[in-house]
Design a protein around this ligand. Structure first.
Ligand code: PHE
Length: 442
């Protein structure tokens, strides 16, 4: 059977951007900025992107493009049999992420319904929190939206790479950009938007604790969907003539711009009502609904906002599941349809305890969702990224990998040195730091 490829370069760019731009950009980044010193955090985040995110990103796509295979096979082709397990581990990581990502994205989908039904009319954060607790403590609510969200992803994956993933991204990503720009314009039109901008541009360096640095590092990884087979798989569907750098630089820019615009939109909207948006994960469910309720056209804005987050999450979730599907198709000779349904059903089931972690499992004394998030974000994802840079820098070898990258066109020596230094040294060293921290040694 012939392996699928992307149909167009723009389709590839949008699919990779769709994977990268997700809950991390629109939900997590803004509250991290709020908590960790505004512009100061943005500055260190950009530095982390340069020193670790971008080199790992390039490495993973190169591994995929070179081998045209699922991550297990790709690592095996480049590094021999013993590397196969490393590739397989990254597939497992993507799968695990897809289980709890869907459970959390289910809440956002649930909130989209709430917004559409006009049920988000709160005058205080306490009210909004009570409503959030009431919804999330109901097992059926979490489960049914986890199911619906997963079903939506499967309907895309079922249609394949070009007709499913690429086509869906070509529709959803432009929609996402339009909604985001609409929200930014709304934010600017509100009173006090200047002070939101001032907060964002005014760095508070005292808030830059070591924890903030680690958060920025981890974020640069998660936001580019690294360490979990996703980018290796998406890279493996590239056609020979497609440029790597010419496609990935725009993706990193888009990913960063979306994070910044989402932050700007949320801050201007929140500041207009005198609310500080640094409270943490409750931001989009507890703080924003109150704010939306008090601005003109707020019900509509709320619906648009949750639609934006749902779109971002959908295009990310499908990319977390695709490596497992590619694996079953190529290594176990399954058809796409049966592979999609099997991966989806299994991911749904493993996601059930995460979806129930705020309801029936709440008092079990053990938060399954938090545990999954911790294992993936602190251990498995950095490990997957580390394996990818070691593969490119030392096993495949920097020289041949760089030669493969520059078959498109020559690059300036400074760019070569940048890749050499970051792939071989800074990225592995910084990922190592993340591990030491995860193990509690730092
Ligand atoms: N990059 C996505 C985000 O920013 C998350 C993601 C992780 C997507 C893993 C796919 C795989 O939310």
């Amino acid at each position: 059977m012939k392996r699928e490829t992307w149909g167009t370069q723009i389709g590839f760019i949008l699919a990779v951007a769709g994977s990268a731009i997700g809950l991390a950009n629109i939900w997590r980044f803004p509250y991290m900025v709020g908590k960790n010193g505004g512009a100061a955090f943005i500055a260190i985040y950009l530095l982390c992107m340069l020193l670790i995110g971008f080199p790992v990103f390039i490495s993973e796509i190169l591994i995929g493009k070179k081998t045209h295979a699922n991550p297990a096979k790709a690592f095996e082709k480049l590094g021999g049999n013993k590397w196969r397990k490393a590739g397989a581990l990254t597939i497992l990581t993507g799968f695990l992420v897809s289980t709890f990502y869907s459970a959390v994205a289910g809440w956002v989908l649930g909130y989209l319904f709430e917004a559409l039904m006009g049920s988000l009319q709160f005058t205080s954060t306490e009210q909004a929190s009570l409503h959030f607790d009431a919804l999330t403590s109901h097992p059926f609510w979490g489960l049914s939206f986890h199911f619906l969200f997963m079903a939506a992803c499967l309907s895309v994956l079922y249609c394949g790479v070009k007709n499913g993933i690429e086509r869906a991204n070509k529709i959803m990503m432009p929609a996402l950009f339009i909604i985001l720009i609409g929200l930014v314009l709304k934010g600017i039109s509100l009173p006090n938007s200047g002070s939101a901008l001032a907060f964002l541009l005014n760095p508070d360096w005292t808030l830059l604790t070591p924890a903030a640095w680690l958060a920025a590092l981890g974020h640069s990884f998660f936001t580019l969907s690294l360490g979990q087979g996703t980018m290796v798989t998406y890279g493996s569907y590239m056609r020979e003539k497609e440029p790597v750098l010419g496609s990935l630089v725009p993706v990193v820019l888009m990913d960063t711009v979306v994070s910044l615009l989402a932050t700007f939109a949320i801050f201007t909207i929140a500041f207009s009502q005198g609310v500080e948006p640094g409270q943490g994960p409750g931001l989009i469910f507890q703080t924003l609904p109150v704010v939306f309720n008090s601005i003109p056209g707020g019900a509509f804005i709320a619906a648009l906002f949750f639609l934006l987050v749902v779109l971002a999450a959908l295009t990310s979730e499908i990319s977390a599941m695709e490596p497992s599907i590619a694996y079953l198709m190529e290594e176990k000779r399954w058809g796409r349809h049966s592979a999609t349904i099997a991966v989806g059903a299994f991911a749904f089931l493993i996601g059930v305890p995460s979806a129930l972690s705020t309801s029936v499992l709440k008092d079990s004394g053990f938060n399954f969702l938090e545990m999954m998030d911790l294992i993936c974000n602190s251990i498995l994802i950095p490990l997957g990224g580390l394996l990818a840079v070691i593969m490119v820098g030392y096993v495949w070898g920097f020289k041949p990998a760089y030669k493969f990258l520059t078959e498109e066109h020559e690059l300036k020596p400074i760019v070569k040195n940048y890749f050499w230094f970051t792939i071989k040294y800074t990225a592995p060293a910084l990922i190592f730091l993340v591990f030491l921290n995860a193990l509690g040694i730092l």
